[in-house]
Design a protein around this ligand. Structure first.
Ligand code: PMP
Length: 354
């Protein structure tokens, strides 16, 4: 992008806590809100008309804000929070970190569907971290006991076909995965209900008294550049086409190595029609979800990678499944990714790692 995304903030700009006291999310920069709505309209991955936008310090803060919003002022028992295994490893940790009396982590959503009782919140992560699948809610709602949070961090065209504009009660997105700017700590929620959005904003007010305006402005700038390029077809290669090509190339090379050494297997993803590109395309998730081919559940694949080739993955048990699974990020820089493939190609048996 060269210097198209460069921005200058002078010493006297963006000093106030307040962005716009007339709106519900008063610490949200109007330029940021506009840029978010525009980006979703360009990509077509979420319905934003007649929806509230809430900005957060990453979608991590918005997850907590959503839990608070859906459970306060609270009843006699904490509300169960569930997600289908394998689930994003931070959900259990974030849910129980403060030992809230409003909500508690209750594990796998399939299990809860069979045996759980009482009010619950299901977190639907689609495409799912760690395994890259497109998902829907799994708990069959009984009356009005269930609420949903859709974590759509990876629902962008470089990772997945855009199969429809998502339209759920609470959807969270993040700058970390849409463009890769994790360090800016910017996320946003698209919310249907005004009261839910108001409570989420209140949570953010209570925890951090707003969200960095410097970061909101930078995010607005970068999203604006991406959208302008789509409007003008000015760039040699547009943003999502470029990033998709990078992901496709990485997956092709990864599959070659994994097929050749026969120690692990990778999930197969069906091609689906993508409304954004107008083509049938394959998902290219941000993680390799590797499963040891040997049958035993006890094989510790994280240990095999670490001990054998000094690659740090995250074990399946952190995601609520067997440790024969391990997740490795594919979103590092090119040099690190190449190193990973080179090392992975030297593993030729599971015992390499022991
Ligand atoms: N949801 C999912 C599924 C993620 O993978 C991540 C980042 N690993 C997050 C939420 C949190 O992202 P952030 O706080 O950077 O927005």
């Amino acid at each position: 992008m060269e210097d198209k995304c460069t921005m200058v903030i002078s010493g006297s700009q963006l000093m106030s806590y307040i962005s716009d006291f007339t709106t519900l999310c008063w610490f949200m920069e109007p330029e940021f809100q506009e840029a978010v709505r525009r980006l979703h309209r360009v990509v077509g991955n979420a319905v934003v008309d007649d929806r509230y936008i809430v900005v957060g310090t990453g979608s991590t803060q918005l997850y907590q804000a959503a839990l608070y919003s859906l459970t306060s002022p609270g009843g006699p028992e904490p509300v169960s929070v569930v997600s289908a295994a394998p689930y994003y490893s931070a959900y259990p940790e974030e849910t129980d970190y403060l030992r809230s009396r409003l909500y508690k982590w209750a594990g796998d959503a399939y299990e809860f569907d069979k045996n759980g009782t009482g009010p619950y919140i299901e977190v639907v992560n689609s495409p799912n971290n760690p395994d890259g699948t497109l998902r829907e809610a799994v708990v069959k709602n009984r009356g009005d006991e269930g609420k949903l949070i859709h974590d759509l961090a990876y629902y962008w065209p470089q990772y997945t076909p855009i199969i429809r504009p998502a339209d759920h009660d609470i959807m969270t997105f993040t700058f970390s995965k849409s463009t890769g700017h994790a360090g800016s700590r910017i996320g946003w929620a698209v919310v249907k209900d005004k009261e839910v959005a108001r409570k989420m904003s209140k949570f953010i007010e209570m925890s951090t008294l707003g969200v960095s305006k410097d970061s909101q402005q930078r995010a607005a700038k970068i999203m604006g550049v991406i959208c302008d390029d789509y409007k003008n077809f000015k760039s040699d290669e547009l943003f999502f086409e470029h990033t998709r090509r990078v992901m496709a190339d990485r997956w092709e090379r990864l599959r070659q190595v994994v097929d050749r050494n026969q120690v692990f297997s990778l999930p197969k993803y069906p091609k689906q029609y993508c409304l954004f590109s107008g083509e049938l395309i394959e998902p290219y998730p941000g993680f390799a979800w590797l499963e040891a081919k040997e049958e035993e559940e006890e094989i510790d694949s994280q240990k095999v990678l670490r001990g054998g080739i000094k690659v740090q993955g995250r074990t399946g048990s952190r995601f609520g499944v067997a440790q024969k699974y391990v997740r490795v990020s594919l979103l590092s820089n090119e040099e690190v990714f190449n190193q990973f493939l080179e090392r992975l190609s030297t593993i030729n048996s599971i015992s390499n790692g022991h």
